[in-house]
Design a protein around this ligand. Structure first.
Ligand code: WT7
Length: 651
């Protein structure tokens, strides 16, 4: 268990407060009572095929009905086979056919303050036109497309256009570097890249096209690039390779029937960090993912057509895929998108947006909540937040102090908080309170949703008792789980299904209390959670050792007040190291991976502490990074003096 986790566990272990569902909150669309939930959960556990089969029939629009709900053992379970479906139809056409074409689908605000509202009709038209553009570019069902864009409506349009013709999108968060884009282009064998000139962040332009140009120097599979003009930044357009979005869209027809696709047709690939240096291309398929996104959005956020729902994530992460685009749109709701930073032009921006658009449901990350706390209550207090009726969090364990602040200052003590535990791999929320029903405990994601059957087990797969820490696993398959890692099915089986027999192992440690509430403690592998973003220590290490001055590097996490976990790099350098080299290495890591991997600390050491068998003693390094005296047994240390020297390197 890493350093920050133990810090977090400490505060959470003493947490005994229970908050009953607020009396003001009446669920509109989801479960109405605790008993109703318990019954549904038990039914889904005993009869998953019946439970999911009925939901799929009632909630998804099928071009051809499925013939089997689920078949095959985990991890090879297939869902809704025989069925034909289309995700963009599910998100758009059926709402228009039901007469809701005039309803706002996306309310967007750019960082400079420009705004757009796209009704379902508008979004449908743009998606169809862009789908025709893709076809004209030679894109066919099954082709992979990289999307590397700022938070503009065209990002959602591009995704849905891919889905409409059966192309598989692979979205890369704009904070990743050119090198990271190239790696992902190559792994997915992407044929086309969709990007923008740049995006806005804290008043500055974040260049994207320039990074794409650089990535294409070593992305042989990419044939063409479509560039959306967002900021007007200066870009170079390569003839016969680069095309302007607006030029391609001119005169393009808005008539594009949604392709009839198999339930298991790949909808998207999303790269995430594992415990090795190579990112994993998590693949989700159409029907199962859509059902999960749609149902969990409805259950957890109680999302109804009257709501204005705002998830502050970037669409480049799974949270944005499932809870900005696919989930809310499948429910015919109004989803908000904001392009820029929360502290631009000042720290009150989010709350101004809540007031301006009368946001009712608000979903963000603990790292953001901690930043809001630090900025001060005066910012939220300046705004009228009375429209809010529910708050959500995701991405990392929330410390009770941040939970209480969220509850009091943002929620006015009247909004239930849903602390949602899930992962890129799970496709949708797995463990979460149901609003207005589940009593909440600050720091606990409470209970599994219907259809989700977790357990806490030890290394041998035995279930452990109440309040005993262990590994969080899933004992049954669910429709929205990942199907494979793109191009590496063996790694998929090995990563998730080989540790605990017959179970999906998520990578997290957790405990379950006497009320059946889950308390997730954090990753038990070499994955860091930095501001709710996943990063592998090995990824950062390989970036460091690729620098000519570095002979060896070890990267560990340490508790960070705002980020949850910070990145600490122990480096042995050829020339011993200098302030100059620190700066250089920081830039080097940013270039290799992206700004999200910027090291918080770089410490030079003559050698790294190792066991006699040559393994780096990470536990010890974590203690040093956290400034703790090491309680662990160090008798296997190769060289005791290494430890003393490392302590001296403290910044
Ligand atoms: C990891 C997954 C799922 C969307 C955002 C991150 C941690 C996520 C919680 C939560 C405690 C959480 C876990 C998980 N995590 N939500 N509510 N409480 N931990 O997706 O990048 O795939 O990361 O985030 O450690 O394994 P991701």
């Amino acid at each position: 268990m890493s350093a920050s986790e133990s810090g977090n566990i400490e505060s959470v272990l003493h947490e005994t407060r229970v908050f009953p569902p607020p009396a003001e909150f009446t669920p509109r669309v989801s479960f109405k009572t605790e008993e109703e939930y318990e019954q549904a959960w038990q039914h889904a556990k005993d009869n998953p095929a019946e439970f999911w089969g009925e939901l799929a029939q009632e909630n998804l629009t099928w071009f051809e009905p499925f013939t089997s709900t689920m078949s095959g053992e985990m991890p090879e379970t297939k869902w809704f086979e025989g069925g034909k479906i289309n995700a963009s139809y599910q998100c758009l056409d059926r709402h228009i056919e039901a007469g809701h074409g005039n309803k706002a689908a996306i309310i967007w605000e750019g960082e400079p303050g420009d705004t757009r509202v796209l009704r379902y009709q508008d979004l449908h038209r743009e998606v169809c036109r862009f789908a025709n553009v893709l076809k004209r570019m030679g894109i066919e069902a099954g082709d992979r497309i990289t999307i590397y864009m700022p938070m503009v409506p065209e990002l959602a349009i591009a995704m849905l256009a891919c889905a409409r013709i059966g192309a598989t999108h692979s979205i890369i968060f704009g904070g990743f570097s050119a090198d990271a884009v190239a790696d992902r282009n190559n792994d997915a064998e992407a044929k086309l890249v969709i990007t923008a000139d740049a995006g806005w962040r804290r008043g500055k332009e974040v260049p994207l096209k320039i990074a794409v140009d650089e990535s294409l120097e070593r992305s042989p599979t990419v044939e063409k690039v479509i560039v959306y003009q967002r900021t007007g930044a200066d870009v170079t357009m390569v003839p016969d390779r680069d095309y302007w979005w607006h030029e391609l869209m001119e005169n393009e027809s808005a008539d594009c029937p949604a392709a009839s696709l198999d339930s298991e047709h790949p909808l998207f690939i999303l790269y995430t960090s594992g415990s090795t240096g190579k990112p994993k291309g998590v693949m989700h398929t159409t029907a199962g993912y859509m059902l999960g996104a749609q149902m969990t959005t409805k259950w957890v956020f109680d999302l109804s057509p009257e709501d204005t729902y705002w998830c502050t994530a970037d669409i480049g992460w799974i949270t944005g895929h499932s809870y900005i685009v696919y989930g809310p749109l499948a429910n015919g709701a109004t989803t908000m998108m904001y392009e820029g930073a929360p502290n631009w032009p000042d720290e009150g921006r989010f709350w101004e947006l809540v007031e301006k658009y009368r946001v009712t449901l608000f979903y963000t990350a603990p790292t953001a909540i901690r930043a809001f706390m630090k900025w001060g209550d005066q910012f939220p207090q300046k705004a009228d937040l009375s429209s809010l009726r529910l708050l959500g969090t995701v991405g990392e364990p929330i410390n009770p102090k941040a939970w209480m602040w969220y509850h009091t200052v943002i929620g006015g003590e009247r909004c239930p908080i849903v602390d949602t535990w899930w992962q890129t791999e799970t496709g949708g929320i797995m463990i979460s309170p149901l609003p207005g029903i589940t009593p909440t405990k600050p720091g606990s994601c409470t209970k599994p949703l219907p259809g989700v059957v977790p357990a806490i087990v030890d290394e041998s797969g035995q279930e452990v008792g109440d309040n005993q820490g262990g590994l969080l696993v899933m004992t049954q398959p669910w429709p929205h789980m990942l199907r494979t890692l793109y191009g590496d099915h063996e790694r998929f089986v090995d990563t998730y299904f080989s540790k605990i027999d017959g179970c999906y192992f998520a990578g997290d440690g957790a405990r379950k209390d006497e009320d059946g509430y889950y308390w997730v403690m954090g990753r038990v592998d070499d994955v860091l959670n930095v501001s709710g973003h996943r990063l592998s220590t090995m990824e950062v290490e390989s970036a460091l050792v690729s620098h000519e001055q570095v002979t060896e590097a070890a990267v560990v996490g340490f508790p960070h007040e705002l980020k949850g976990e910070g990145i600490c790099c122990f480096v042995t350098a050829k020339d011993g190291g200098s302030e100059e080299l620190k700066k250089e290495l920081t830039q080097h890591v940013r270039k290799q991976i992206g700004a999200i991997a910027t090291p918080d600390q770089i410490r030079f050491a003559a050698a790294l502490p190792k066991t006699r068998s040559g393994k780096i003693m990470r536990r010890l390094l974590r203690d040093i990074a956290a400034g703790r005296e090491s309680a662990g047994d160090t008798t296997t240390l190769e060289d005791f003096t290494v430890l003393a020297k490392l302590r001296e390197t403290e910044d």
